[in-house]
Design a protein around this ligand. Structure first.
Ligand SMILES: Nc1cc(-c2ccc3ccn(Cc4ccc(CN5CCCCC5)cc4)c3c2)n[nH]1
Length: 242
């Protein structure tokens, strides 16, 4: 998979050279390229923004500069991703879908956002998909943090990136649609707190049941919306009694 990230703060994406994503890049599983939007400016001051039509606070990023950058980077089959507070919610399902694609281009806005015609224009470009997405209901200063989240969430799903693919199956927000169960390791007692007995029993059936119950209790307490979203057949009689 190739991922191009365009930003006026390329150093913000430096953490992607580390650890998991770094390994994926070295292993040739992920071809990640970070670009400075100012490389596509044409004036001495390398201007990327201007005042908003209709008034309002702050500045807006110019469509012409973005247009030159995206014309260079987008191809047949590219998916243009635009982080924005007004986008559709980025979830694990989004990451799973994006992990099957061949080319992602992430356009990181700053100031008050990118001129709306950029998304509009490329949505009409044949062979190009455009998605505006939000990380959550809070306002960041730009799209770079969202780009870091997106690249990590997608890269770890690429075959061969995560050592133990099993650890991708039993995921929080995974197929079961429930939050994850609590995890424990040695020592068996710490700060006068014991690891739940069942986990030391070696009884795999009881352990699996205990973990599912924990996931249900946690989901009901912290994210009842996820429970409501579950299809009826996803909860068995025991679950309902929990
Ligand atoms: N999930 C999430 C993604 C982002 C995100 C993503 C991309 C950019 C680019 C710029 N910003 C900063 C920003 C965006 C919006 C406003 C308010 N808005 C401006 C236009 C007129 C109405 C009011 C203020 C500042 C971004 C923020 N934040 N949170």
């Amino acid at each position: 998979m190739r991922v191009d990230v365009v930003t006026i703060f390329p150093d913000y994406l430096a953490p992607l050279d580390l650890s998991l994503v770094g390994k994926a890049r070295t292993a040739g599983l992920l071809d990640l390229r970070v670009h400075d939007l100012r490389d596509w400016t044409s004036d001495r001051h390398r201007t990327v923004d201007d005042t908003p039509f209709g008034g309002g606070a702050g500045m807006v990023m110019r469509p012409d500069v973005w247009g030159r950058a995206l014309d260079d980077l987008l191809d047949e089959g590219s998916h243009l991703l635009l982080p924005t507070p007004s986008g559709t919610r980025f979830t694990q399902r989004t990451a799973e879908r994006l992990a099957t694609e061949t080319h992602l281009v992430v356009a990181c806005g700053r100031y008050e956002g990118i001129d709306a015609r950029v998304a509009e224009h490329y949505a009409t470009r044949s062979g190009v998909t455009v998605s505006e997405f939000s990380l959550g209901d809070y306002v960041l200063n730009g799209g770079e943090v969202a780009a870091l989240v997106l690249v990590e969430a997608v890269a770890r799903l690429l075959p061969g990136v995560v050592g133990n693919p099993e650890s991708l199956v039993e995921e929080s927000h995974g197929a079961a649609g429930l939050l994850e169960y609590p995890v424990y390791t040695k020592p068996p007692t710490w700060a006068e707190l014991d690891v739940p007995e069942v986990l030391l029993s070696g009884h795999h059936g009881r352990i699996a049941r205990w973990r599912r119950d924990q996931a249900l209790v946690r989901t009901a307490a912290r994210r009842p919306d996820l429970l409501d979203a579950l299809a009826p057949d996803q909860l068995d009689a025991h679950d309902r009694a929990t």
